[in-house]
Design a protein around this ligand. Structure first.
Ligand code: TXD
Length: 309
């Protein structure tokens, strides 16, 4: 049986780390592409040479064109510019729209049955762009943000309560960015809602740190943005799809009336399986949560309107 094939477009920090985690978990052969001459080839060869040490046989190929990507099961799009200090995700809008539009055209015609996982910021708008440009069914275009945002929230909760991260589940809804909506009452430690374990003030502080999680790392790194946790989050989605796990994860998906939103990509709980988004889970939101989700969706809509998509 041949291994599944995953194309990762963009061999920068997130792309290369995604490729690394995929082969380390022996999930698929990987094709890494980038516009920079030699970069994807060099990183692919380096990763291949880690195989004997780690004990994986996955093939890793690097390329500057798209020929080698044909017939991919999943295409992960990380190509684009990352935030620099002081830059908002939205500043990236126009430049990355151009890049992502081109990448979608090149990859989808060579892999017409693939599932697209969009990572490039501003995430929700880029997912919507990929959906429109590809003409793929909504089940096969997914944005990665919620797994990362909830991983950040889980990290802070585990630190605060001094418990294993494995005990902590957390739900984050909405757009990726400052308007994301962490849901404390659906976030638990071994099944106990964190609202039972943390004061309102501490909870608010953790929620705030989560919403600011990306910027905190940009501020520290200065020359780029986070990539270990983002790549780990992408690979969680890749695994759920390739193994047909039906795993419920917060993902950016196309809504057609769910949560009262229509014609827009926003982060919601999704059941991920081999065909992509198998189901969008609807939960009842409290009025303040619904209002926050509405604000988050409005922020996304502003960007998609700017792009006319
Ligand atoms: O939660 C999330 N969705 C995110 C999103 C978490 C982390 C990073 N997020 C965004 O992903 C970030 O704001 C950027 O828009 C992307 C990629 O972030 P990364 O940190 O990997 O950026 P790099 O290291 O600059 O890598 C981008 C690569 C770089 O090597 C470029 O040469 C390449 O993209 N690039 C291209 N590759 C292929 N084709 C085209 N056209 C192209 N243009 C640039």
């Amino acid at each position: 049986m041949s291994r599944p094939k995953v194309t990762v477009v963009g061999a920068g920090n997130v792309g290369a780390t995604t490729a690394q985690y995929i082969v380390e978990r022996e999930l698929a052969d990987v094709v890494l592409t980038d516009v920079v001459d030699g970069l994807p080839q060099g990183k692919a060869l380096d990763l291949l040479q880690a195989g004997p040490v780690h004990g994986y046989d996955c093939r890793v190929t690097g390329a500057n064109d798209y020929e080698a990507t044909a017939g991919s099961d999943i295409i992960v799009i990380t190509a684009g510019l990352a935030r620099k200090p002081g830059m908002s995700r939205d500043d990236l809008l126009m430049k990355n729209a151009e890049i992502v539009g081109g990448v979608v055209a090149e990859t989808t015609r060579r892999s017409p049955t693939a599932i697209l996982i969009v990572v490039t910021n501003p995430l929700d708008a880029m997912a919507q762009l990929a959906f429109r440009r590809s003409g793929f069914p909504k089940q096969r275009v997914i944005g990665m943000a919620g797994v990362l945002d909830s991983a950040r929230f889980r990290t802070f909760i585990a630190q605060e309560l001094d418990v294993s991260v494995e005990n902590v589940t957390a739900f984050v809804l909405g757009g990726h960015g400052d308007t994301m909506v962490p849901l404390p009452r659906y976030s638990t430690v071994a099944g106990i809602p964190i609202t039972e374990l943390l004061s309102k003030e501490r909870l608010e502080a953790l929620v705030k740190r989560t919403a600011n999680g990306g910027a905190e790392i940009v501020g520290l790194l200065k020359t780029g943005s986070a990539y270990y946790a983002p790549a780990a989050s992408v690979v969680d989605m890749v695994e759920a799809i390739l193994k047909d796990k039906k795993k419920v994860l917060p993902c950016t998906a196309y809504l057609e009336g769910e949560y009262g939103l229509k014609g827009l990509f926003v982060g919601v709980p999704v059941k991920l399986a081999r065909r992509g988004v198998e189901q969008i889970l609807q939960i009842t939101l409290a009025p303040d949560e619904a209002a926050a989700l509405g604000r988050s969706a409005a922020a996304v809509r502003e960007l998609t309107d700017k792009l006319g998509i």
